[in-house]
Design a protein around this ligand. Sequence first.
Ligand code: R5P
Length: 310
Amino acid sequence: MTRDFTIFAGTANRRLASAIARELNVTLGSSTVERFPDGEISIQLAEPVRGREIFVVQPTSPPVNDHLIELLAFADACRRASAARITAVVPYFGYARADKRHGRREPITASMIADLMQTVGIDHLITLDLHAPQIEGFFRIPVDSLTAVPTLARALRDRLPDDAVVVSPDAGRVPAATMYAHRLRTSVVVLHKQRASGTETRITHVVGEVRDRACVIVDDMISTGGTMAESIEALLAAGARPEFTLVATHGLFLPGARAKLDHASVRAVVVTDSVEIESDDWPRLEVVSVAPLIAEAIRHTLIDGALEIV
Ligand code: R5P
């Protein structure tokens, strides 16, 4: 048995929210979001939520802080209007890279955000390819941490050269790269990456054989494009064939990123729609929808009110 439910969309990715609603044969809940000249956000739910299961779809993508406050304000509005349960659907979780302290006197911002979400009354989180899986541990509420790896691997199958290897651009991506390699029936090469700053990285070693082989570089996100661009240079220097497919769950593509990835050897850039992207003017970009995956997680959440990890 499923409870009555409503899906609201914040402004971060209405297209994905609508696609999820279509998968579930419902229309989006009615709401308005306004921005005041001083930067403050005002939200109004235009329909009752009393006793209903509420899903708020809002990746905390750039502008991260605005989108985060919007999500919190949506949840606050739903809680004050007596929603039965509030699920935040956050396909891209901003600040996930701030999951530990690198030195003294630093915050763990991802943990602070988990506290904020719970304080405003979010009862359940659905998210996708968290930068660090241990972020789940910052929450006391249930977290359904989905992965887009099977969806993306399906989109890649049958179009890669037989000799392609999967490349993990750093140690943190090895588990995901291994999942890709397993599904694409190939092996994994690991790069040793050092980060000099938020925008600068350096690859120091290539672990594995890439000579004359095509490469599929997989990452959780493409932000400035620096990691992918550095990885391409390191792999070419190690003798890889100039035939790269770049794959990531979250395509943030900050200004300058596309230029870095418009390398002659890049055959395709494949990402999901976890973050709203305009793809029309970039023929190399392919966007694979995670709406069916998220809709399935919502269905599981609704069945008898049970929360299941899917
Ligand atoms: C870092 O640890 C992440 O997994 C990504 O490799 C990184 O955030 C990508 O960012 P950028 O595109 O700015 O190099």
